[in-house]
Write a protein that binds this ligand. Structure first.
Ligand code: PLP
Length: 433
């Protein structure tokens, strides 16, 4: 029972360095957050030792009396956090991550080779929403199902709902997925429901990025219109890394979503739940149920708006010119700079950001933008006045990049050249999640 530092100083040392990195720098990755100490304690607990395949009070292993209590508590808090009536909605809290939650949801809703539509990856959608390329079906969601992406309106860069409606008339999907990894605007679930209903299709919202904001009532409510809602628990929700699947018990499309979703998670897609993670989710959800949560979510959005406004005031271009949620998409193409170069430079000065495709990118291999999110900095109690300083740092980073493109000899320039070479060879990843 000796502590980690004594048993394994190498791993302890890596954890110490990562702790220093997370708190000495500025974390602006939109899919990340800084979870609370309480959540981490629950997540790192003795509950990791227990097997509990099945559901509360219906397990395949003995000794689950406390784990049953925990999973029921987590379910109750999940419904409370999203203001859901247990008679109308249920939740499965066992998915190991957002990707597994999504694949389990597809397994619950579709037959193999059924048709689905999701927002295209280059327009901000997620891999698990049916992504494939001209060369390859890359993800299980396109390998086992037939998928067709919908896109943004090139003029406004908002979701092209009309285009989606006309594509759906031809494609006749069984499922429409809404939600994104890089979309700075709110969603029109009512319109999406109407399109889905024309074809007797299911409507699923993947609110992974915005779930903390939805819980606070600071985004439109997908639960009013969707059959299934999935989310990760570690982004705006500030929990441990995992996923949740909510199912509508009164869905007009199918009355048996509870059984379908539960069977899809286990045994179709997963084995034993990670009970330590479920404990971490429960603690994070307790925090999201507090009156202070609304203030946090409001501040996340206010900070993202400030960041966007400051960048625009400095002459930069943002996708859709602004934001309504926790992220901004910064289009670097007018500056002749790629996302990878700015990401690399910011890494060197302790600002963590990620390169991201922006609408209309010529090559998804060399994304022309940067995605910036404010959830983590807001968890460190930063306000608009702090964010203005962050925007100024980013401005300086861009100016430095421009200088480095001109000047030779420095180590920074060598790093730049290395990134540029990798880009030319097409080895840089297209999109962060
Ligand atoms: N769905 C969306 C919209 C995401 O942005 C992500 C990841 O960031 C996922 C699903 C996948 O989550 P995970 O990385 O936990 O599998």
């Amino acid at each position: 029972y000796a502590p980690l530092a004594e048993i394994d100083p190498e791993v302890q040392n890596i954890i110490d360095k990562e702790t220093w990195r997370q708190f000495s720098g500025l974390e602006l990755i939109a899919s990340e957050n800084l979870t609370s100490r309480a959540t981490m304690e629950a997540n790192g607990s003795i509950l990791t030792n227990k097997y509990s395949e099945g559901l509360p009070n219906a397990r395949y292993y003995g000794g689950n009396e406390y784990v049953d209590e925990l999973e029921l508590l987590c379910q109750k808090r999940a419904l409370e956090a999203f203001h859901l009536d247990p008679a109308a909605w249920g939740v499965n809290v066992q998915p190991y991550s957002g990707s597994t939650a999504n694949f389990a949801a597809l397994t619950a809703l579709l037959q193999p080779q059924d048709r689905l539509m999701g927002l295209g990856l280059p327009d901000g959608g997620h891999l698990t929403h049916g992504y494939y390329t001209a060369k390859k079906k890359m993800t299980a969601s396109s390998i086992y199902f037939q998928s067709l992406p919908y896109s943004l309106d090139p003029a406004t860069q908002f979701i092209d709902y009309k285009g989606l409606a006309s594509q759906a008339k031809i494609f006749k999907p069984r499922l429409i997925i809404c939600g994104a990894s890089a979309y700075p605007r709110d969603w029109d679930y009512k319109t999406l429901r109407a399109i889905a209903d024309e074809h007797g299709a299911f409507l699923m919202a993947d609110i992974a990025h915005i779930s903390g904001l939805v819980a606070a009532g600071e985004q439109s409510n997908p639960f009013e219109y969707c059959d299934v809602v999935t989310t990760t628990t570690h982004k705006t929700l500030r929990g441990p890394r995992a996923g949740l699947i909510f199912f509508n018990k009164n869905s007009a499309q199918a009355k048996d979503l509870q059984k379908r979703v539960n069977d899809a998670v286990f045994p179709a897609c997963q084995g034993g739940p990670h009970n330590n993670t479920i404990a971490g989710i429960a603690t994070a959800l307790l925090q999201a149920c507090q009156p202070t949560w609304k203030a946090y979510a409001k501040q996340v959005i206010a900070n993202a708006k400030t960041l966007g406004e400051e960048l625009v005031a400095k002459g930069y271009k943002l996708q859709t010119s602004g934001t309504e949620n926790h992220l901004v998409l910064w289009d670097l193409r007018p500056l002749g700079l790629t996302g990878s170069k700015l990401e690399k430079l910011c890494d060197l000065v302790g600002i963590t950001i990620n390169k991201n495709a922006v609408s209309g990118d010529a090559s998804a291999q060399v994304p022309g933008g940067i995605r910036l999110g404010t959830s983590a900095l807001t968890s460190r109690d930063m306000l608009e006045s702090d964010i203005k300083i962050v925007a100024e740092f980013l401005h300086r980073a861009v100016q430095l990049s421009a200088l480095l493109q001109k000047e030779a000899g420095s180590k920074l320039l060598k790093d730049f050249v290395r990134v540029a070479t990798v880009e030319e060879e097409g080895k840089v990843g297209a999109q962060q999640v």
